[in-house]
Design a protein around this ligand. Structure first.
Ligand code: NAD
Length: 510
């Protein structure tokens, strides 16, 4: 295991002061400078692909295809998207027309929040860091980046390469564990973006509360998958099994467990087995295509859960403590109270929980923490709509797994215990941006606004009241039961209402 040099705790105050001064100096304000740093970030990755492949193999046994597909590729895409859009995103905005306020020359300026802190997890060390760093830079901030101590080779490489490619007074890597992070958290920040477990998320949120620092929490949890018998079965099995085993199951949005109608379990497991045999036709192909668990502790935790399940292993189940290897494993007939259902699995073990019907799925999902991702495999739009409308989750993804995380134009983030706030593209830029309101009313407006000044009189009260809008008419009954109507039904209903209104010559409310 490579050795990671921790940043001395007593240097952290100095680092915070230095990056705060850089922000105050205005160095990172010009868009041209931000774009320069963004490109440097891009080339930091592009020039060093083989070094990253090496360290990710050392830390996580990550296959090269996964390094490109899930780390370097998406990070370069996000940097490129941010680079191409930063001028547009950073442009001051004018709000829409308002009879009262348009003459007051309203402008929304976009400004950096200052020095921001980005704390990353071990599981996608590049992908979970470069997107947020790029967003923070594009928004005009300076950045302290705290990678995970659980990936020592990768975090060492970060320290070396960031110092080479980017001015360390603009982006500074602080390496370390609890002591170093705790020291960082004593300082106030423009923003903290934390990605990691809910347990540490609570520590971060309460420390940030002390300095009134705004926080984005990108957390995890158990992401369920509902498999409806009305689905494209082999596609569902392929996509679920791929998403489960990517990064050896150590993904915040990995399908954690399957909910499947009882009489469909056998068929679904057959399809999973077919996907398994296609992905890993030989033991060698399997060993080369699956990463390793990050640490002996992670291996022990998951292998203990697997050993204590009351379910039955359908296939897989080979364990190798020396290499922290767990074979892709499907466990069938798992009950809701099984040990495998007690915590986020974060490894290539897939429990299958047989259920009665979709209502039981909804009830179970709603009785637990809102997941970061909820997956539905179904070709039936009514099933999809029912689940969308009756559950909550960070994201809901139909007939696919994992891919929504980096999908351009979509926010990425949790809800409740799976996190708060977003990143990804413009959402990341907005996270690190202070939208600063500005008003610059001309002097002549006082002719209209003179009534606001004392001495107050009844006449002034009357003219002030005139400035504010009237509410629409009071409802005459309960709201019309519109929910769930198809467009045609809605249209016919609206037409009938208008027609009836005209006939009775009553006032129609729209
Ligand atoms: P973790 O919470 O253990 O560690 C994350 C970071 O917090 C690390 O940099 C670590 O050094 C720091 N840290 C650990 N203990 C701390 C303490 N006591 N005080 C201050 N800082 C501390 O998470 P992990 O094990 O690296 O990552 C796995 C977790 O992250 C999973 O729960 C996963 O679902 C979640 N995750 C979420 C996302 C997302 O985008 N929502 C992405 C990846 C991982």
């Amino acid at each position: 295991m490579s050795k990671l040099n921790y940043t001395p705790v007593d240097e952290i105050d100095k680092i915070h002061a230095e990056l705060s001064n850089t922000f105050k100096s205005g160095k990172v304000q010009p868009i041209a400078y931000r774009k320069y740093v963004l490109l440097q970030l891009g080339y930091l990755l592009k020039d060093n692909v083989s070094k990253f492949e090496e360290v990710l193999m050392a830390d996580l046994g990550k296959p090269k295809v996964e390094v490109t597909l899930t780390e370097i590729g998406p990070s370069i895409s996000e940097i490129k998207d941010t680079y191409s859009n930063v001028e547009k995103w950073a442009k001051p905005e004018k709000p829409g027309f308002s009879i009262n306020y348009t003459p007051m020359r309203r402008v929304i300026y976009k400004q950096g929040k200052g020095i921001v802190l980005i704390i990353s997890p071990f599981n996608y060390p590049i992908n979970m860091s470069f997107g947020p760093i790029a967003s923070a830079i594009a928004a005009g901030n300076t950045v302290v980046f705290k990678p995970s101590e659980q990936t020592p080779a990768t975090s060492s490489l970060f320290a070396e390469l960031f110092a080479k490619y980017v001015d360390p007074s603009v982006i500074c890597v602080v390496n370390g564990g609890v002591a170093e992070t705790s020291k960082l958290l004593e300082h106030p920040w423009g923003h903290i973006l934390f990605t990691g477990s809910g347990r540490v998320g609570r520590i971060i949120a309460s420390a940030a509360g002390k300095t009134l620092t705004p926080v984005t929490l990108e957390l995890g949890g158990k992401s369920p998958v509902f498999v409806d018998p009305k689905c494209d079965l082999s596609m569902a099995a392929r996509r679920i099994f791929w998403g489960k085993n990517l990064n050896a199951g150590q993904s915040c949005v990995a399908p954690d467990y399957i909910l499947v109608p009882k009489d469909f379990q056998n068929k679904f497991i057959e399809a999973l087995k077919a996907a398994n045999d296609a992905f890993y036709p030989t033991p060698e192909a399997e060993a080369n295509s699956i990463g390793r668990l990050v640490s002996p502790q992670a291996y022990k935790r998951l292998s203990n859960l697997l050993k204590s399940t009351k379910g039955t292993i359908a296939f897989g189940g080979r364990l190798d403590e020396a290499t922290k290897y767990i074979q892709p494993t499907v466990v069938r007939d798992v009950s809701f109270d099984d040990p495998l259902m007690s915590e986020e699995l974060f490894g290539p073990v897939l429990p299958i929980v047989p259920v009665d019907d979709i209502d039981e799925v909804i009830k179970f999902v709603n009785a637990h923490d809102h997941p970061l991702a909820l997956y539905v495999f179904s070709q039936d739009n009514e099933v999809k709509t029912k689940i969308i409308n009756s559950t909550q989750s960070g994201a809901i993804c139909m007939n696919e797994t994992m891919t929504h995380v980096g999908a351009e134009g979509l926010p990425f983030g949790g809800v409740g215990p799976s996190g708060s706030g977003h990143h990804n593209g413009k959402f990341g830029f907005d996270t690190f941006t202070h939208t600063r309101a500005s008003l610059d009313p001309p002097g002549w407006l006082d002719m209209i606004l003179s009534s606001r000044y004392p001495p107050y009189t009844d006449k002034k009260l009357k003219s002030i009241s005139w400035l504010f809008p009237k509410l629409p008419a009071r409802p005459t009954g309960p709201p019309a039961p519109m929910e769930g109507r198809s467009f045609t039904k809605w249209f016919l209903f609206a037409l009938a209402t208008i027609f009836a209104g005209l006939l009775t010559k009553r006032k129609i409310l729209v």
